[in-house]
Design a protein around this ligand. Structure first.
Ligand code: FPP
Length: 245
């Protein structure tokens, strides 16, 4: 039986609160997103220091296209600048960078930059950093189901063999350790269509801290909180205690 490890192997974060952080300072929302980029650097450093294996960040949801055109444009510009500035350092730190989501919606130059950063860092293993862009949990489940259906149509898979394991293999991030800790900043307590399948047994940590203020100490507190949880996976507390011996 799994003991709760003190350090989660895989952390996912909904980075919420950039807009409110900027509003508090009477600045445009893009100012908050820019400040949010520094918090991304903080959590990457924190994960490297704490020995977390994978970090998945919700940078742009399938629903974020509905935001004002100006804000979407500012976010895209920010992603491009971040890619250009950060890839070298991430590579030097042994970070493997991946973009997760439906990348077909992005323009060609941005897609090429994403592919180049992924290719450049593909051999790194210290930390898997996944940036979820144009991602939605329901989209992920649907694409896995479609992939399985196509395999059935091609005669490569029996329809009866489509079970949780078979679908799970087709979900985004399947090759990474299971998601242990799901963090959301900004005070709301919901998943917002992020990693719906992968979060099935994740511990949830909600904090009022606005994303630009989330730093290595905040990450450490979330990890400590995780370490106090008892992960039962459907078993009783007594069974878990017996297993711990
Ligand atoms: C949610 O806050 C945040 C986003 C939709 C964008 C996240 C982007 C970053 C943190 C920028 C840096 C990211 C990378 C990967 C370089 P919100 O705008 O919904 O805040 P609000 O709820 O206060 O309005």
């Amino acid at each position: 039986m799994t003991k709760t490890p003190a350090i989660p192997r895989h952390i996912a974060i909904v980075m919420d609160g950039n807009g409110r952080w900027a509003k508090l300072r009477h600045r445009p929302r893009s100012f908050g997103h820019n400040a949010g980029r520094k918090a991304v650097r903080e959590v990457v450093e924190g994960c490297l220091r704490e020995g977390v294996e994978a970090l998945t960040l919700f940078a742009f949801s399938s629903e974020n296209w509905q935001r004002p055109e100006e804000e979407v444009g500012a976010l895209m510009g920010l992603f491009v600048r971040a890619l250009d500035k950060e890839t070298d350092e991430l590579h030097a730190q042994g970070v493997r960078l991946r973009f997760t989501g439906d990348l077909t919606a992005f323009d060609e130059p941005l897609r090429e930059r994403m592919q180049a950063s992924m290719a450049r860092t593909a051999g790194n293993h210290k930390l898997h950093l996944n940036i979820a862009v144009n991602y939605g949990g329901r989209w992920d489940i649907a694409q896995a189901a479609r992939d399985a259906a196509c395999a059935v149509a091609r005669g490569e898979l029996r329809a009866e063999a489509v079970d949780e394991a078979e679908l799970g293999r087709r979900m985004c991030l399947a090759e990474l350790p299971p998601l242990d800790l799901f963090i959301r900043t900004g005070g709301d307590c919901r998943l917002s269509n992020f990693l719906l399948w992968q979060a099935a047994y994740a511990e949830l940590h909600f904090t009022d801290t606005l994303w630009p203020d989330f730093d290595q100490a905040s990450l450490h507190r979330a990890i400590e909180d995780y370490g106090r949880r008892e992960r039962r996976y459907g078993r009783t507390g007594d069974q878990v205690a017996m297993d711990k011996g």
